[in-house]
Structures are given as structure tokens and as C-alpha cells.
Design a protein around this ligand. Structure first.
Ligand code: IMP
Length: 422
């Protein structure tokens, strides 16, 4: 039997590309759906059989009864939030304990990691990252410092290990003079979550995945956040703390690079960013507000307003290169229906220097735009490419040419039938 392959589905800008919308199309084609990075900082909104779910740690294949879902070693997991998320699925009638396998190597987010997240942010003052407050950075810091707790730790002498790491965090918090917090209630639920997690298959998922691949099974590696939030390749230090790019698929699941076949890169017909950090295409005017309103651009995890702007081809080209994107997926074209002209950022400029490559320090760069005519036609009822207005077809062709990559899927409304394969 031929070896199976891994395809990756990645948000390639600042996250929130609307991946939840296309999983309907993707998940049925795979035997296993696996998350390889991040944790409950993600919020994948999925409408399934008329019900709305926001998945944070659990992969999107969970709605498909035949699928195995994996939370890989590259992820971090908060037992209390995981329990809440899992209960919502169980209450809706999904049986998940047999089909959700969690890597013993994934790291645990403690309640004190969340307090540390707030404390570090407070200490940064005006340079704060604008994190989701879920303890992501401190958990990955402990992983790199080799003091973190892993899922496998809950199976043996857990209390002792937990108290030791908690005491270490409390000491750091005292040193930071950040003592005004109370985790009593949170800790109770967190410990219940730890107990609850024992019901699941806590396994060596890298072995499971590689065995499945050897049997010819196929795997979808489901990304979280976006490429520009990657700890190495994003707009550091305004990034998340995991490897959100294609390289993270290998390290976060324990699979070799030559197992990766297609890399689907999801982007929106415009740009958004949540939290702080450079964003050269940001629009502070009425147009930005209009995109936010029409596109419902408010954070799924924190409810914050997303910053909005035109599509950024410097960022797209960079992400296509870093990830080896084979196919682009363009979301939310319909949000731009009403605009007379559409702009696309083709370069950045600072102090007379113009670059089309992503600069090391994205701070202080201005976007250089090209202008295209708007299509001024509602797209959301269209289901076939032939029916697209010519101006929208031209926009797609323009982006493909400038990005140097094919756009294989176009989505023009939240409706599941509005996912048009090209
Ligand atoms: P953290 O991941 O909570 O540490 O947040 C670091 C940065 O990543 C902040 O700017 C967050 O707003 C951003 N971020 C984290 N997760 C997501 C996501 O799923 N979508 C969009 N932005 C995110």
C-alpha cells in the first residue's frame, strides 16, 4: 500500500482567515485531523448542522464521527478550557473520548501561566503584545526552559509536580510585585479538567500518525493563528509563541518534511490583525471601519475589534515562500462588494527605501498600493466561477499573478455551498 500523505491547512497572515468555514470541504477527505501548534488562543468558529461551535484546542475533524483527531506534541493545552470545550461537544451529542487522542508530549497550561501572561503584559506597558491572556507565552517559555509540565505528567505523581511548578510561578510573580490575583476557583476547575483528561487516549501521537501514514492513511494538519504570528517568521516580538508555519507541522506532529504533500494557504481578500504590532496596511479611516463592520471582524476569543486593511501582497508572498504554499484559498471576497476601488499593497516604503521583501523590522513601514476597480456586485449568491463578475475574476487573476501562486478555492459567503473550487 502506498504511503499516506500529510496536507497542511494554514492561515498565512495574522490568523482569523476563516478556516472554520472551509473545513467542511477539507475534513471528509482525510482519515486523521491533527492540530500541531498553539492552544486555546485559537478560536475556530464552525457552524455544523445549524449549530455554532467555537473550537479552541480540539481539531475540526471532531464533527465527523469516523475521524481520529489528534492534539499534537507542538500544542499547549489548558485542562479546564479543554473540558469546557469537550463538554459542549458532548452536550450536542458528539462522542469524542474514543476519537480524540492527545500527545503525552503536549504541554499543560497552568492557571499560574495565565497570571504570568497578564503580569508580563502589564510589565511591558505600552509595548505589550496584546496577547489573548491564555498563558500561551509563559507555557512555551517553560517548555523551552525545560521546566514545563507535559500531558504525560498527569499520569504519575502529578500533584507533586504541579505544586513545584506552581511555586516557581508564584515566586516569579512575587519578584514582579504582581501579587493581586486569586486562582482558588480557577484552580479547582483546572484540577477537575486534569481528572477529565484522563478519560482520553493520552498517547505517543507521533508514532500513531507515522503508523497511520505507513498504512496509507491521510492526515490533515490543521494550523492555528497565522504565519505572521510564527515565533520565528512573524513580526517578532508581536507574535504568538509557537511555530505556526509548515515547519511547525513537522516538529509539532513528529512527521518528516517529505511526508508533506499539499500546503493550503488561507487568506482573506483583505487583511486583519488582532493585538499590537506592525501592520502597514492598517486603515484608520471609514474604509477600515466599513471592512470591520461588513466582515464582522471581532475576535472569536477576546471579542476585540480586529484592525483592518487592504490585502498585503508583501506578506502573502513571504508566507507562500516560508510555507511552500501549493494552493491558496481566498476567503470573504463578498466583504469588498460595495467598494468603488480595491487596493492591494505591493511593496513597503520607509524613508525613501522601497522593498517588496518582508523586512526584518516591519515597524514604521508604509504600504505602497496599486488600485483596481471594484466589482460593485453582490457575490454571496454566486456558486459558480463562470457567474463571477469579470472585475472579480480580474482581481483573482491579479492576486495570483502578483503572489505567484494559484488560488484554488474562493469563498464568497458564510454559506457552506459558497466554497467554489477552481
Ligand atoms: P498569544 O498567542 O495569546 O500569546 O498572543 C500573541 C499575539 O497573537 C496577540 O497579538 C494575539 O492577538 C495574537 N493571536 C493569538 N492567537 C490568535 C488567533 O487565533 N487569531 C488571531 N490572532 C491571534
Amino acid at each position: 500500500m502506498a504511503n499516506g500523505k500529510v496536507d497542511a491547512l494554514l492561515g498565512i497572515v495574522f490568523g482569523d482567515e476563516g478556516k472554520g468555514k472551509v473545513v467542511d470541504y477539507f475534513t471528509p477527505r482525510y482519515d486523521i485531523v491533527a492540530r500541531f501548534a498553539g492552544g486555546p488562543n485559537a478560536g475556530h468558529t464552525i457552524i455544523f448542522e445549524g449549530k455554532k461551535f467555537v473550537l479552541r484546542s480540539i481539531p475540526s475533524g471532531i464533527f465527523d464521527e469516523g475521524k481520529i483527531n489528534i492534539i499534537g506534541n507542538g500544542c499547549v493545552i489548558a485542562p479546564d478550557l479543554f473540558m469546557k470545550e469537550a463538554h459542549e461537544l458532548e452536550d450536542a451529542g458528539y462522542t469524542i473520548t474514543d476519537r480524540l487522542h492527545i500527545s503525552r508530549r503536549a504541554h499543560l497550561i497552568l492557571p499560574t501561566h495565565r497570571v504570568l501572561d497578564r503580569a508580563y503584559e502589564a510589565a511591558k506597558g505600552k509595548n505589550k503584545v496584546g496577547t489573548t491572556g491564555k498563558g500561551i507565552g509563559p507555557t512555551y517559555s517553560d517548555k523551552a526552559a525545560r521546566v514545563g509540565l507535559r500531558v504525560g505528567d498527569i499520569l504519575e505523581n502529578f500533584e507533586e509536580k504541579y505544586l513545584k511548578l506552581k511555586a516557581r510561578h508564584e515566586q516569579i510573580l512575587r519578584d514582579l510585585h504582581y501579587t493581586d490575583y486569586d486562582i482558588t476557583e480557577e484552580e479547582k476547575t483546572w484540577l477537575e479538567g486534569v481528572e477529565y483528561m484522563r478519560k482520553f487516549h493520552l498517547t505517543d501521537t507521533e508514532i500513531e500518525i507515522n503508523k497511520a501514514l505507513a498504512e496509507g492513511k491521510s492526515v490533515l494538519a490543521e494550523g492555528a493563528q497565522g504565519s505572521l504570528l510564527d515565533i520565528d517568521h512573524g513580526t517578532y516580538p508581536f507574535v504568538s509563541s509557537s511555530s505556526t508555519t509548515a515547519g511547525g507541522v513537522c516538529t509539532g506532529l513528529g512527521i518528516a518534511p517529505n511526508k508533506i504533500d499539499r500546503v493550503w494557504g488561507i487568506f482573506k481578500a483583505y487583511s486583519t490583525r488582532v493585538g499590537s504590532g506592525p501592520f502597514p496596511v492598517e486603515l484608520f479611516d471609514e474604509t477600515g471601519a466599513e471592512i470591520r463592520r461588513i466582515g464582522h471582524e471581532f475576535g472569536a476569543v477576546t471579542g476585540r475589534d480586529r484592525r483592518c486593511g487592504w490585502v498585503d501582497l508583501v506578506a502573502l508572498r513571504y508566507a507562500i515562500m516560508i510555507n511552500g504554499v501549493t494552493d491558496l484559498v481566498m476567503m470573504k471576497g463578498d466583504v469588498l462588494d460595495g467598494f468603488d476601488t480595491i487596493k492591494a499593497c505591493v511593496a513597503y516604503e520607509k524613508d525613501g527605501v522601497v522593498t517588496t521583501d518582508m523586512p526584518y523590522d516591519t515597524e514604521g513601514w508604509n504600504a505602497v498600493y496599486e488600485e483596481l476597480p471594484g466589482w460593485k456586485t453582490p457575490l454571496s449568491d454566486l456558486r459558480k466561477e463562470e457567474d463571477f463578475p469579470q472585475t472579480f475574476k480580474d482581481y483573482i487573476a491579479y492576486l495570483e499573478e502578483k503572489a505567484g501562486c494559484r488560488i484554488s478555492i474562493v469563498s464568497v459567503s458564510p454559506d457552506r455551498e459558497a466554497t467554489i473550487i477552481r
